[in-house]
Design a protein around this ligand. Sequence first.
Ligand SMILES: NC(=O)c1ccc[n+]([C@@H]2O[C@H](COP(=O)([O-])OP(=O)(O)OC[C@H]3O[C@@H](n4cnc5c(N)ncnc54)[C@H](OP(=O)(O)O)[C@@H]3O)[C@@H](O)[C@H]2O)c1
Length: 373
Amino acid sequence: MYKYLELTSSTCYRTLSTLALKCNHKVIARVFLSTLSMKTINLGGSASNIKVGKVGHGLMMATWKPVPTPDEQVFEAVKAAINEVGPDAKIFLNSGEFYGMNPGTANLSLVNRFFTKYPEYADKAFLSVKGGVGPTGHSPDSSEENLRRSVDNINAHLGGAKKMDLFECARVDPNIPIEEIVATLAKLVKEGKFDHIGLSECSAETLRRAHKVHPIAAVEIEISLWSYEEETKKVIATAEELGVAVVGYSPLGRGLLTGKLKPDDLDKGDWRLRLDRFKEENLKHNQQILDVTSGIAERKGISNAQLSIAWVSSLGPHVMPLPGSSNVERTKENLNAASIELTPQESAEIHQALESIGVKGGRYFPGITNLWG
Ligand SMILES: NC(=O)c1ccc[n+]([C@@H]2O[C@H](COP(=O)([O-])OP(=O)(O)OC[C@H]3O[C@@H](n4cnc5c(N)ncnc54)[C@H](OP(=O)(O)O)[C@@H]3O)[C@@H](O)[C@H]2O)c1
């Protein structure tokens, strides 16, 4: 009965907000959107019984920068993210063993501090953690010895405040067959070190091979208006066929697609300044796509960030955009985008802009290896 009522009121609010948008009542639409409980999806593979919000929350940039954001500010954002999901779902939280400058484990310690302070939130979060790079540097090393070291190191830093629900190797190790890597991870699952296996930055073929060895709960790849390559489409289609959730990382183009962040605003030590798309000539070209999408966002009465997230979300019922923000209001804004639907005309307009303008600059920088592993 409760579920029925929740569903009815949520459908009703969604319809009202769509109507308000159609009638150009942007303020009313915003109010309805902010009162909706978030749309949810089930994860895949061994986690197919777990429901999470249709939009996740990434923690990387809270700590992987010269001056980490103060705890209290990040905590308010994480609490807001958890509170946005309905009573029967969890928020997908994303952390990493190396998401810090000094020390690399700063993000895990932040997660530990959060759940130590707010233990009542632990069951409301599904914690995914990336690891499996060598103890120094960021090269993938999926030998059993290193995966054990990495998983034990993550668990030690989480300190039992929150269980690691899912582990994924940040990059696919080109020197070890994926079947062997997944078999090692399955062994660690059996030992109780974490519950589910994910993949990150992998090709469709690797996903297919991995899933044969052990069900994969989620595959994390970069998806945004500026990062929608042929392999992106293949991974999304293969994941749908196999029943695996797709986590679309950096859906805001690492901040640029919000139209608010400019490279000049970044601290000189921010590693994003090395990225191709933060270079002036690429930025100038790619701005043309942003001009089109800003126009659509303006007509819909939503922010550029929300349009970017809604577009990633529109790529499939199993696709979950994973934006990151250390700010409470921006976090709510991002998660509210889970309820925003694009019309077929809006999707076509975006598709046309992507095709005719094209994106300049790679997803990372020249010389980067291990993409689409
Ligand atoms: N698997 C992988 O290899 C991989 C790689 C990269 C990232 N990821 C995951 O994906 C998550 C998100 O990626 P990301 O942080 O690189 O990029 P993103 O979500 O595309 O962009 C984050 C940036 O946008 C800003 N921002 C967020 N929401 C905003 C809003 N509504 N309005 C204006 N600015 C906004 C953030 O600043 P504020 O914090 O100040 O709001 C931050 O500078 C990470 O946390 C991480 O978990 C995974």
